[in-house]
Design a protein around this ligand. Structure first.
Ligand code: ZN
Ligand code: ZN
Length: 232
């Protein structure tokens, strides 16, 4: 695909998805500002913890996924780039962001076989015309030579927007929202991907459906993580 972007860059000089400056689709300045979720984190859900081991939430209720990790904190240029992917079908930006994400995945060294994006509800998909998660998940799968299964998971019902809901309300809201296709995931280790995670309720509901359909294990990955101090 590289040559195609070369031709398109010549026809339409690219602007950065993080800062809108012309030059690159994801510039070195914005890459510099990417904040990893650093310090001591929960082994399962990836949220910062004071000590070692599991956070309180995971101790109380173990998530169905093996681990959830995010490439960056949901702020600054990463936030702008995700907004841009959501409201404009910027395929080239998805491709550009999949590269650092693929490096991040190599470091995680998870035994992934199939990549499944978290699907949108029918209404949302109809409004937007595309699933922004797929714009990153598809090139990520290609870069790491994983099978890509965009239709493995589907929404069984529409869900309310999660904005302003507590962790418990989010969990209730997402419970039973998904169904997975056993033919596409049965016996495989799945990487379930979303753009942003907050409490991880959506990924938990998706992972539950995948495991019910016979997936061997589910690892969850998001581009960004909204940390509690950044507002839920
Ligand atoms: Zn930039
Ligand atoms: Zn945790």
């Amino acid at each position: 695909m590289g040559w195609l972007w070369g031709v398109l860059d010549w026809l339409y000089p690219p602007v950065c998805g993080g800062c809108s400056r012309p030059g690159a689709r994801w510039c070195a300045d914005c890459q510099q500002q990417v904040t990893p979720v650093s310090g001591s984190i929960c082994n399962i859900c990836g949220l910062p913890v004071a000590g070692e081991g599991l956070c309180e939430g995971c101790q109380l209720h173990m998530p169905p996924y093996t681990a959830l990790r995010s490439w960056a904190v949901f702020e600054g240029p990463v936030r702008s780039a995700l907004h841009r992917l959501k409201y404009r079908r910027n395929v080239a930006l998805g491709d550009a962001l999949a590269r650092p994400l693929a490096d991040f995945c190599r470091r995680l060294d998870w035994p992934v076989q199939v990549v499944v994006p978290v699907p949108l509800g029918k209404e949302r998909l109809h409004e937007r015309g595309y699933n922004q998660v797929g714009l990153i998940a598809m090139p990520l799968a290609a870069l790491n030579r994983w099978r890509y299964a965009p239709r493995a998971l589907s929404r069984v019902r529409e869900t309310k927007s999660q904005v302003g809901l507590s962790a418990f309300e989010r969990q209730e809201n997402m419970q039973g929202a998904f169904r997975a296709d056993p033919h596409l995931v049965g016996g495989y280790t799945v990487l379930l991907m979303d753009d942003v995670a907050t409490t991880g309720a959506t990924l938990s509901a998706g992972a539950e459906a995948l495991l019910s359909a016979g997936a061997e294990a589910v690892f969850a990955l998001t581009l960004a993580r909204a940390l509690p101090r950044h507002g839920l």
